[in-house]
Structure formats: structure tokens, C-alpha cells
Design a protein around this ligand. Structure first.
Ligand SMILES: C[S@@+](CC[C@H](N)C(=O)[O-])C[C@H]1O[C@@H](n2cnc3c(N)ncnc32)[C@H](O)[C@@H]1O
Length: 343
């Protein structure tokens, strides 16, 4: 029997795809945004419930794994140490309500890297302490999509809480770095920039992140206030004006860039063009047949909010390989059998 999961803050189903590919079955979904719901239903042919704050845990079918790429919503700590009651009024509180009632074996939470530092690190500490108080062993680590066969520098914090032994992040299978050029469309209606619209810098260098900053769009408005001789630095240019080489990785696809201003330099052609929407979905690990929203703005927002599917797949696979899904009595039987076999 396949292990069962629930998909909270489901977006367009990036978590679902990764877990289904690893042999799990989805039994419940919650997502409030109607544009995301539309895409989710289209791709997974499944019922999508709305606002998590309105969902009664008793109405959710039983499951093994809770998945939640919850929005980073600030909360301040009352300091009364009442466990998850301290987080009342936040979406993390709603996750905890469900955990408390349903007692899943594994909880996988994902968020932006900045969550660790939010409110002088107090938010993150509360999250970890609350999960511990709910009876879980908690592990966390930042995972980067570029280590999972994708040409994107996308760092996200993963928190994995388990009823059994701790999840070991070091057991997750990683892959060698890849280059953006191997993920591009060969043909298409590409939007090239005219040579007068950008400047290439001398001697571009590969950064530790794998990015190769090669130039910038000539936007006069942003040149004001820039100190002389610093134009070769990526940090003096706003993200939509930066141009990166396809021989490196691509920066994070953000959800705010709804007009898709991601510019890439193709050394072989000595030309700069916009990354296409299909290429954006590809460097997040979405399959070719994934059905996107009809509006371009929604498509960019949705993919920027989503997860890198190969990262999720490896997490899902590792949970199985680390035998974290079985409960304690079952674990004892397996242990006894092993002892019998090998003694
Ligand atoms: C960071 S995104 C997660 C996207 C998802 N991991 C994916 O792969 O597409 C957070 C999602 O939580 C949803 N959300 C926010 N508040 C919610 C609520 N009260 N109930 C259900 N979903 C909510 C947002 O609409 C958004 O799609």
C-alpha cells in the first residue's frame, strides 16, 4: 500500500508531483488561491479545499505525511511558552492544529531561507520547539536546487519532523552541477535584446553559486547614484536588469517577477534573450506536459512560488529509504526479524 500524504498550501502541486513520483498517494489538498486551484485541478484531477484556517482536522482522512510549503508569515512570540498556542493567528498554528489531531508519522515543511533569521531567529526557534513539543524529532537544512540536477541557484529551508528517528539530510542523494544551456529550447519565438540595449562586462567570472554575471541592461534610471567603476558588479544592477551566461546556473525564479524579465547570454551566438516561460518551468523540474494557467502573469507568479520538483522527489525517496514511515511496533518487528536473519 502506498503511504498517504496531505498537500497543504499546495500552490500548483509541486510537492504533490515530487511525492507521487516517489510512490506516495495524495488524500487531501488545501489551497486558497483560485488561480492555483484551477491549475492544480487541471493537472491532478483532484478536489482542492480552500482556506486552511476553516478546515476541521477531523474532516481530513488519515495520512502518514503532512506536506506544507507555507507562506512566510511573520509572527511574534508571546513568550508564555504555551506550545503551539503561542503561534495562534498564524498559518503555522493551523499546521500544528492538524498535526496535533492527526499525528502523522512525518511532517515536511518548506520555506524561504530567510525564515531562519526572521525576528532575530525567534520565529524559527518557535517552529522547531513547537514541533518538538508536539512529540517529533526535528531536523532542518537548506537545500539548493542546483545540487539536484537543475541549473538554478534556489535555496530553501526544509524542516522535517519525524515520529521515529531523526531524518538524516546527509542521506539525500545529490547530483553534479549542470549548465543552463542544456535546459534551453532549441527553437522558438525568442525575445532577443538589441545590442544597444545591454552592456557586456570584461572577464565574467563564475561565482560560488554557479552564476556567471555577464552584463546588464542599459537602464539609465538605475545608473543614477552608481559609483564609478562598479558597473561590472552584479549587485549594482537590479535583478531584472542582470544578464547571466547560459554556461552557468540561473538565479532563483522569484514569484514577484510577473513579466518574466530573466535575461540570458548565449556565448555561441553572442546574443542576449529572455528565458521563455517553458524554460522557467523546466528549470523548476516541471514535466513538459504540465498544464499552465492561461494568463502569463499568473504563470510566472505560480512557478516562482513553487518548489523544485527533483528536490522534493529526493526528500520523499529518502524518507522511505530511511524507514521513517513505519510506526514503533512495526519497527520492532522489523528489528527482530533482522536479528533473527543475521544472528
Ligand atoms: C509559497 S506558496 C507554496 C506553493 C507550492 N509549494 C507549489 O509547489 O506550488 C504558498 C501557498 O499558500 C497558499 N495559501 C496562503 N494562505 C492560505 C490559506 N489560508 N489556506 C490555504 N492556502 C493558503 C497561497 O495561495 C500559496 O499558493
Amino acid at each position: 500500500m502506498k503511504p498517504k500524504f496531505i498537500d497543504l498550501f499546495a500552490g500548483i502541486g509541486g510537492f504533490r508531483k515530487g511525492f507521487e513520483d516517489a510512490g506516495y498517494e495524495c488524500v487531501f489538498t488545501s489551497e486558497i488561491d483560485s488561480a492555483c486551484q484551477e491549475v492544480y485541478r487541471d493537472n491532478f484531477n483532484s478536489e482542492v479545499f480552500g482556506d486552511i484556517t476553516k478546515i476541521k482536522p477531523q474532516d481530513i482522512p488519515d495520512f502518514d505525511v503532512l506536506l506544507g510549503g507555507f507562506p512566510c508569515q511573520p509572527f511574534s512570540i508571546s513568550g508564555k511558552k504555551k506550545g503551539f498556542d503561542d503561534t495562534r493567528g498564524t498559518l503555522f498554528f493551523d499546521i500544528c492544529r492538524i498535526i496535533d489531531e492527526k499525528q502523522p508519522t512525518v511532517v515536511v515543511l518548506e520555506n524561504v531561507k530567510h525564515l531562519i533569521h526572521h525576528d532575530k531567529k525567534r520565529t524559527f526557534k518557535t517552529i522547531l520547539e513547537t514541533l518538538t513539543k508536539l512529540g517529533y524529532n526535528v531536523s532542518h537544512q537548506i537545500l539548493n536546487a542546483k545540487n539536484f540536477g537543475l541549473p538554478q541557484n534556489r535555496e530553501r529551508i526544509f524542516i522535517i519532523a519525524t515520529k521515529n528517528s531523526h531524518f538524516k539530510f546527509e542521506k539525500i542523494e545529490k547530483k553534479a552541477p549542470v549548465q543552463l544551456k542544456d535546459f534551453l529550447d532549441k527553437k522558438g519565438d525568442f525575445e532577443y535584446l538589441d545590442k544597444s540595449e545591454y552592456t557586456l562586462i570584461d572577464n565574467p567570472k563564475k561565482q560560488l553559486t554557479g552564476l556567471i554575471f555577464t552584463g546588464y541592461r542599459n537602464k539609465n534610471t538605475w545608473k543614477n547614484g552608481i559609483r564609478p567603476n562598479t558597473e561590472h558588479l552584479s549587485r549594482v544592477h537590479r535583478q531584472p536588469n542582470r544578464i547571466y551566461s547560459v554556461e552557468g546556473t540561473h538565479p532563483t525564479i522569484p514569484s514577484q517577477e510577473t513579466s518574466g524579465r530573466f535575461f540570458i547570454y548565449l556565448p555561441k551566438e553572442d546574443r542576449v534573450r529572455k528565458l521563455t516561460i517553458n524554460e522557467c518551468y523546466r528549470i523548476m523540474g516541471f514535466p513538459k506536459n504540465f498544464k499552465k494557467h492561461s494568463k502569463n502573469g499568473e504563470r510566472y507568479k505560480q512557478i516562482g512560488n513553487s518548489v523544485a520538483i527533483p528536490v522534493i522527489y529526493e526528500v520523499a525517496k529518502s524518507i522511505k529509504e530511511q524507514n521513517l514511515l513505519i510506526d514503533e511496533p512495526q519497527r520492532k518487528v522489523v528489528g527482530d526479524l533482522r536479528e533473527l536473519l543475521y544472528s
